[in-house]
Design a protein around this ligand. Structure first.
Ligand SMILES: Nc1ncnc2c1ncn2[C@@H]1O[C@H](COP(=O)(O)OP(=O)(O)O)[C@@H](O)[C@H]1O
Ligand SMILES: [Mg+2]
Length: 320
């Protein structure tokens, strides 16, 4: 059994005519110590998936399916159990740390909060732990006294990572952890996350719109489109030889580091992902797909293949 096993997850915001089906039947698994990347353009349901994993969605969201963390379903957990699982079982790093940190509290207090809540330790012990965590993420222990606005964007993201590590989670969910940062700092933060999860044998579910970033960091990749996983497989295979036209477009859209050719001619993708409350029939990607057949407007596809799977009629044909 994997550490995280998501089965037939559906998340719909609101109800009736204005219902937004943001996640539509996602199956995923992350083995202990494994790093799974989830890619897709804005609006494809990635953050909804991330928030669902710890039941952090607004009350308007209705969830069905299973989210098994170490075999236990997060969706049916009692509140007390869920509180214990948050931070210690799995913790989350969001994009844009400024919004996740409390502006009026020193960062040391904020990192200590989950430690005090979960370990019933003394404030002095917690303080020591905070100093250790800050060092692990490459910040001087004295920065514990700083307020969020006194730190740079990169430093704030390091604080978020320290918080995520505070209760020794088995899984870290990182939702666009570097998107708001400039390229140099982005690379540093990615290296830090990679190093920490490897050292501490933590599983990682990392979300990004940038397939190149994920391919560099993760073991496996899942590509989401319109609330579904349309391609999934080993990271290098998905990045270098995508089987779904959407995966192909994403991997072409982001320049390979150090490859001047791909930088000059990224094959862009016209248009935007569909509005979830107004999805096209058939394959939801067909209106933007460069290789769509007439039948794609009628026939929906499911993930097919072994190891490296894609939900595309072309991939299904080349498999058989
Ligand atoms: N709280 C919400 N209420 C209603 N719709 C939402 C809410 N949050 C997100 N959505 C919608 O759900 C869809 C998926 O959004 P999101 O999960 O944020 O995608 P991503 O992270 O891939 O950009 C989008 O159409 C978005 O507008
Ligand atoms: Mg998002």
């Amino acid at each position: 059994m994997s550490l995280l096993e998501v089965r037939k997850l559906h998340v719909t915001y609101g109800a009736g005519a204005r219902a937004v089906p943001a996640v539509r039947g996602v199956d995923l698994s992350v083995a202990a110590g494994q790093k799974l990347g989830v890619a897709g353009e804005s609006g494809c349901g990635k953050s909804t998936l991330a928030l669902a994993l710890l039941r952090l969605l607004p009350a308007s969201a209705r969830l069905t399916g299973e989210i098994l963390l170490d075999g236990e379903d997060v969706l049916t957990m009692k509140w007390g159990r869920l509180r214990a699982v948050r931070w210690a079982g799995a913790s989350i790093v969001f994009q844009g740390a400024m919004h996740s940190l409390n502006a009026v509290h020193r960062i040391g207090e904020q990192i200590a909060e989950p430690i005090l809540l979960h370990h019933r330790t003394t404030p002095a012990e917690a303080k020591k732990r905070v100093a250790g965590l800050l060092q692990q993420v490459g910040l001087p222990a004295a920065r514990a006294d700083a307020y969020p606005h006194e730190l740079s964007g990169g430093q704030r993201q390091r604080v978020m990572i320290a918080m995520a590590l505070a209760c020794d989670p088995r899984l870290i969910v990182a939702d666009e952890p570097t998107t708001a940062l400039d390229v140099m700092i982005q690379a540093q933060i990615l290296r830090l996350i990679e190093q920490l999860v490897a050292e501490q044998d933590i599983s990682l579910l990392m979300i990004s719109h940038d397939l190149a970033v994920l391919a560099e960091t993760c073991d496996r990749l899942a590509v989401m489109y319109a609330g579904r996983v349309v391609e999934e497989g080993p990271a290098r295979a998905v990045y270098d030889a995508a089987r779904h036209p959407y995966g192909q477009a994403l991997s072409a859209a982001f320049p390979r580091i150090g490859d001047p050719l791909s930088r000059r001619s990224p094959r862009g993708l016209a248009g935007d992902p569909p509005d979830p409350s107004d999805l096209p029939g058939g394959c939801t990607f067909h209106p933007r797909c460069p290789v769509a057949l007439d039948a794609c407007a009628e026939d929906d596809q499911v993930l097919a293949g072994a190891g490296h799977r894609a939900a595309c009629v072309h991939a299904a044909r080349s498999q058989s």
